[in-house]
Design a binder for this molecule. Structure first.
Ligand SMILES: NC(=O)c1ccc[n+]([C@@H]2O[C@H](COP(=O)([O-])OP(=O)(O)OC[C@H]3O[C@@H](n4cnc5c(N)ncnc54)[C@H](O)[C@@H]3O)[C@@H](O)[C@H]2O)c1
Length: 253
């Protein structure tokens, strides 16, 4: 169903081969967008591209390491040559990182989470802004933060620091590029049932986390994708520089 009217727009989704990014790809494609999936995992990219065959849209996939600026610049060049322009960028690729107290967090664990979750958003956002300015069409950038872009969580110092920084990056880019017709927003999901969560947490822990949301459950990827697709659309024309929790009430206490 074409809920968000994204026909004619090209959307890049980093981390689009799994979880929340994969759901964003499906929701935006069903609303008419052409989709470029950026991910580090080619086998998973191929699966998602096959899923998108069921929808009438142009698709493209590229292997990228979002923490490497040369890789990101090559990916944007590949997308532009395949699909012509970029109107939407969902800077979503991310990792959980080690669960260690702040005193125990290692240099290596810290660096890798910051490299992927913060540097990766900065490099992707920058590449998207340059492409949007060059096309003169403006655009919408959606940076994937987290509830941990607003509050802390034990043993997640690097992740929490990166997500808070993503909110700051978003605010600055919104001011820097409003005159270019580029809107930039951050999304803050609560705990969402994705491979990232299921890899790291057992069912008993997920149940405890569910109880920390007013709705008493973990969210589903498509529930985040609805907000992302709205932010991508022209209906969100007055939305920029904001942080939007989508968290089943986690932060409402
Ligand atoms: N699942 C949650 O509970 C939750 C909550 C809040 C925010 N988030 C955020 O949502 C985003 C997506 O998370 P998810 O739960 O869907 O995870 P996921 O593990 O299901 O998907 C993440 C994707 O990112 C890709 N990726 C990882 N590192 C990459 C790199 N260096 N370059 C390119 N691709 C890379 C992975 O291959 C994977 O396909 C992340 O930024 C995460 O921090 C998730």
């Amino acid at each position: 169903m074409n809920t968000y009217g994204l026909g004619g727009k090209v959307a890049v989704i980093t981390g689009g081969a799994s979880g929340i990014g994969r759901a964003c790809a499906g929701t935006m494609a069903r609303s008419g967008a052409d989709i470029s999936i950026w991910d580090q995992d080619w086998d998973q990219i191929e699966l998602v591209l096959k899923e998108l065959d069921a929808v009438e849209c142009r698709t493209h996939g590229v292997v990228v390491d979002v923490g490497d600026p040369a890789s990101v610049d090559a990916a944007i060049a590949g997308t532009l040559s395949a699909l012509g322009h970029v109107d939407v960028a969902v800077c979503n690729a991310g990792i959980g990182g080690a669960a260690l107290t702040s005193g125990d967090y290692s240099d290596e664990a810290w660096r890798e989470v910051i490299r992927v979750n913060l540097d990766g958003v900065f490099y992707t956002q920058r590449a998207a802004i340059r492409a949007m300015k060059a096309s003169g069409r403006g655009g919408s950038i959606i940076n994937m933060a987290s509830i941990l872009g607003a509050v802390g969580f034990p043993t997640a110092s690097a992740y929490t620091a990166a997500k808070h920084a993503v909110v700051g990056l978003t605010q600055v880019a919104a001011w820097d590029h409003a005159a270019d017709g580029i809107r930039v927003n951050a999304v803050g999901p609560g705990f969402i049932r994705t491979p990232l969560l299921e890899r790291n947490l057992d069912e008993a822990t997920l149940q405890v986390l569910a109880g920390q949301h007013a709705l008493q459950r973990i969210g589903e990827p498509h529930e985040v994708a609805e907000l992302v697709a709205w932010l991508a659309s022209d209906a969100a024309s007055f939305a920029t520089g904001a942080y939007y929790p989508i968290d089943g009430g986690y932060l409402a206490r």
